[in-house]
Design a protein around this ligand. Sequence first.
Ligand code: ADP
Length: 616
Amino acid sequence: MPRLRSLPLLLICLLLVALSGFSAYRIAQRLGIADLQATGLHRLDLYATSLEREISKYAFLPGTLSLEPEVLDLLAGGASDYASARVNGYLEKLNERAGTLAIYVMDTRGKVQATSNWRRPDSFLGEELSFRPYFREALEGGNGRFFGIGTTRGEPGYYLASALTGDNGTLGVAVIKVSLEQLEKSWTTVEAPVLVADENGVVILSAVPSWKFTTLRPLDDSTRAAFDHTQQYNRRALQPLGVKEIEDYDHGARLVRIAASGPEMVSVYPVTGRFLEQSRTLPGTPWTLTVLSHLEQVDDLAQSRAALAAIAAACLCLLGVILNERRRHLRDRLAAREALQKAHDELERKVEERTADLSAANHQLQDEVGERIRAERTLRAAQDELVQAGKLAVIGQLSTGIAHELNQPLAALRTLSANAERFLERGDVDTTRTNLGRIADLVDRMGRITGQLRNFARKSSGQSAPVPLCHALDNALALLDARLRRAGAEIERSCPVDEPVALCDANRLEQVLINLIGNALDAMADQARPRLELRWECADGMVRLHVRDHGPGLTDEAQAKLFEPFFTTKPAGDGLGLGLAISAGIIGDFGGSLHGANHPGGGAVFTLELPLAPAP
Ligand code: ADP
């Protein structure tokens, strides 16, 4: 997705870069061309002035020949051969001094009467040159000018002609042929190509030799015929230079292209390619001076400016992209922060809600816990009461035996006290003392019995403490002693060498033991010698007491409902059906358990299991 999103941005950036490059190129090119134009105009002025100066240097020279009487005589036809030779000599010297190509005079028919080159074999002397335009122009207008190629030596030159007049009118025409080669040569050293074209567009002077005698525009047939007639270019081919206009500018300037023609020229400046062409006509001539400024440098500059502009645009785009990315990043961060804040607020709101819910629930829970604690307390109190009630029931059951147990020493006390009285009356102090000692023993015995009962009867707290189990069993058996003896019960019991100790309440444990032994005795009530086995067993951190009788065992119903409260098979008044239920509760409170089952060898066996107290 980010790629797709950034694609239009990339395209816009590319477009911007391209546009900047193109605009910079165009502007730099325009400015460069304007610069070139100014320089070109300056060059045009410079070259035009130098050309004019070069030509005007000789302009007066043909006219001055009319000041020579011998020349005029020769043209008038009155000169001797000697005089004619003198004129030739004069012209020869003059030509030498002036540094011109040739100086000659023609009569009114166009025949060369005297010439500076009279000695040379290709001398003009006697030649008929009336076809040359400058001759006619001079005859008609006084002066004639002409650029052409010499008919005899094929040497290009500028012809300046003036009519020579005597007293009887025009006698002939004096002509000076000037070479513009020097000027042309000086142009080859300048920075831009320069050329001069005649009125027909034929290049007559050029800094580039190969451009000379080419045409700037196509020549029509009549012009070519005129050239043939005047032999102006001595039948040269006059090929087109191949200038193609690209664009037109102000002040006669235009952008042109010159294609390569022929072998590449070695030159100080390029001669093909794109040029700024600027022309102006030369005063006093039908010629056009043209300066061609190559656009290479302008193009190079424009290209480098375009590259710079493109780079700058690219940098700007990059900066823009970076700023945009940064802005987007900041926006995303802000959005993320806002979302986070929102989530945080939401969370806080929920936490507050939950806290409120929780505190409400907590209050409710506290209330419930309080309620439960209260209920548990009530239950515990009820349980304690129940245990106490169970204990009182046991005491009730024990009371008959205990009363019987106390009756015997009481009767003995009565007899002993009566006997003591009688022995005292008789003065038998020794027997009286013996009797009193026996009375004291009996009182002690009775005190022990009632003490045990009182101990048992007290309401215990139910708090756990290490209890030596054999000792607890002894206490239980002591309380049951009268009953056991009355029943004639035979007890088989043993205590392990290391007396097991369990964490429980001694008083309550005794209550359980009395219950179990009492039930066993009840089950064996119809037996003459009831047998009771009390066996201890320690294993895996637990201590077990097996209480086995030899009674009828447990019925199926009794097995199913053994620990249900108020389940009893005993006649009303003998049993409440709470003994086992209370006993199981007491043992469960101490982390132990109570089971009842039938022994394979007959009778019932109750197993009491308690965790052993950790070694001190
Ligand atoms: P209670 O002794 O008041 O009946 P218990 O809860 O102590 O209440 O006993 C419930 C019943 O379990 C007894 O009525 C009796 O039927 C049965 N039972 C308890 N111990 C024995 C035993 N050793 N042999 C046979 N039955 C027993």
